[in-house]
Design a protein around this ligand. Structure first.
Ligand SMILES: [Mg+2]
Length: 234
């Protein structure tokens, strides 16, 4: 149960917590797959490719989050290395697709089910903010396209502050930006390692949004966004 006594600020992760990263990205990747004739080039259907891409992208994000690779390397490698898994080697095409994907992806407007209702409800009693491990040129477009800006006071983007979740520094920077202390903060996010462990280390409360119902960790958690408000009831 959430301790409401000192709580004033609720920080949300953006991708796959509010903004439906997976649905939005699937839509664009499938268009690019068709436009570039990848079915023929990779000798596979879209879903096989999409599954391989997601896995590769996840691995590379893990490396990026722990500062083992740069943003540039992440962008250069994710499509190229996915292609290689299908025995197809064309760096230039992978780079062109990477660029198109980046240009188009923030314009998706699919949100997680219940996201707006949750923001509406919590904004009645708390100040809401975003903390996201993302690229600034992309995350701001998403917020604008989905008209989410009106719900959030502070938007903290890892690239802008120079630290990624789960580093404690990004949580301290968030406290400074909204002029508060750890006792007043709660984090809601879908990634246990970055959002929840990070918040815990910073001394914040947290709610893990765990739609996959992973049983790996014992912590305050919900399986759908609409469940979150029940944690705020007395
Ligand atoms: Mg996320």
């Amino acid at each position: 149960m959430v301790q409401k006594q000192n709580l004033q600020h609720i920080f949300f992760d953006l991708d796959d917590t509010i903004w439906d990263f997976e649905k939005n990205s699937e839509g664009i990747l499938s268009k690019l797959f068709e436009e570039h004739g990848l079915q023929h080039k990779l000798q596979n259907d879209f879903y096989t490719y999409f599954t391989a891409y997601k896995k590769k992208n996840g691995e590379l994000w893990q490396l990026y989050n722990t500062k083992k690779i740069t943003k540039d390397e992440l962008r250069k490698r994710r499509f190229h290395e996915t292609f290689l898994q299908f025995g197809y080697n064309d760096f230039d095409l992978s780079w062109a697709i990477s660029e198109s994907y980046l240009q188009r992806s923030p314009y998706g407007t699919e949100l997680k089910k219940g996201a707006i209702e949750l923001l509406e409800t919590l904004s009645e009693n708390y100040k809401l903010h975003v903390i996201t491990n993302g690229f600034k040129e992309i995350q701001y477009i998403k917020l604008k396209q989905c008209d989410l800006g009106k719900y959030f006071d502070a938007v903290i983007i890892s690239e802008e502050v120079g630290h990624n979740k789960p580093n404690i520094e990004i949580f301290r920077e968030a406290e400074r930006l909204v002029n508060t202390s750890k006792e007043a903060c709660l984090m809601i996010g879908d990634n246990f390692e970055t959002d929840i462990q990070g918040a815990k280390k910073a001394g914040w409360q947290s709610i893990w949004y765990n739609p996959q119902k992973s049983k790996r960790y014992q912590t305050t958690q919900v399986h759908c966004l609409t469940e979150i408000v029940t944690h705020f009831k007395t």
